[in-house]
Design a protein around this ligand. Structure first.
Ligand SMILES: [Zn+2]
Ligand SMILES: [Zn+2]
Length: 146
């Protein structure tokens, strides 16, 4: 089950870090992430937790998201704005983003040819890829039609 597998990944990561305790707040934050859709910022996740009666500080939400990123449960992006955006990475295929600078819409895409080109480019430099993300900024079709 998704939830148990994700819990195990976080538990192992906390253990490996040694000094970090597996507090219920961290798992409540993980739950909220697993239930999330799309690309959210710290504020939105914090607000959702508080609304659901979870007592956490914004600092805990922030550093737990960093932990979830370290163990691959969450991806972190910096799109057009100054705040970081996060999204659930667990159980989701690798993908890239097109960002509309007018309405802020985020369109996800995958492309096998693009993946191969990235591998080719990296191989040419003897570079071993850990992760890649492509962001295309511009105007979406809805905004173009206006
Ligand atoms: Zn748009
Ligand atoms: Zn995405």
């Amino acid at each position: 089950m998704e939830k148990q597998a994700a819990y195990a990944i976080l538990t192992d990561h906390l253990k490996a870090q040694g000094k970090l305790r597996a507090t219920p707040e961290r798992f409540a934050i993980l739950d909220a992430v697993l239930q999330s859709q799309g690309h959210f910022d710290v504020e939105a996740l914090y607000y959702r937790l508080i609304t659901n009666g979870v007592k956490v500080s914004k600092a805990t939400v922030y550093n737990t998201l960093e932990l979830l990123q370290e163990c691959g449960l969450v991806s972190k992006y910096r799109f057009a704005e100054n705040t970081s955006r996060y999204e659930k990475a667990f159980g989701r295929p690798h993908h890239h983003h097109m960002i509309c600078l007018n309405c802020g819409d985020i369109i996800e895409f995958t492309n096998d040819r693009l993946e191969r080109i990235q591998e080719e480019v990296a191989a040419g430099e003897d570079f071993s890829i850990q992760s890649t993300t492509i962001q295309i900024f511009g105007t979406c079709s809805k905004c173009t039609k206006k």
